[in-house]
Ligand binder design. Structure first.
Ligand SMILES: [Zn+2]
Length: 137
């Protein structure tokens, strides 16, 4: 985890305080200013990223052998692909069903739901546990 990060300050809008990139977390604030809850939230995204990385590693090697070198990007990008696809699907479903406000898709993303559920502590992280949140829009 990196605090008082220039990367976070450049990449994030004013309302956001942290970003997880390729398994590393960058905070805008200094270490003493970041709450334990926020650190746990981002740690959960790190675990989710690593789950996606290792789950896709063997398929990526197979796909690389069969179809080309581009598939080697799969492990490092799967977390972001799944996150983005779910955000899009969630936004569409919410719009079609008239559920709440449009930006609520962020809070109905399964990976965010798991992170918000576990950030207060007490419950352990379950590998690929965010799958249990699918369908709870
Ligand atoms: Zn989050």
């Amino acid at each position: 985890m990196f605090y008082n990060s220039r990367i976070a300050k450049i990449l994030l809008p004013k309302s956001k305080t942290a970003i997880m990139l390729l398994g590393a977390v960058f905070f805008k604030k200094k270490e003493g200013e970041v709450s334990g809850r926020m650190k746990r939230h981002e740690k959960i995204h790190q675990f989710q990223y690593l789950d996606c990385f290792f789950v896709s590693l063997i398929p990526a090697v197979y796909l690389t052998i069969m179809y080309g070198i581009g598939w080697l990007l799969l492990p490092s990008s799967l977390f972001y692909v799944m996150y983005l696809l779910e955000y899009i699907v969630s936004t569409i479903i919410r719009a079609l069903t008239g559920k709440k406000e449009w930006n609520g898709a962020y809070y109905t993303n399964a990976m965010e739901m798991q992170a918000y559920d576990l950030e207060s502590g007490g419950k352990e992280y379950e590998h690929l546990g965010w799958f249990s949140y699918y369908g709870k829009i």
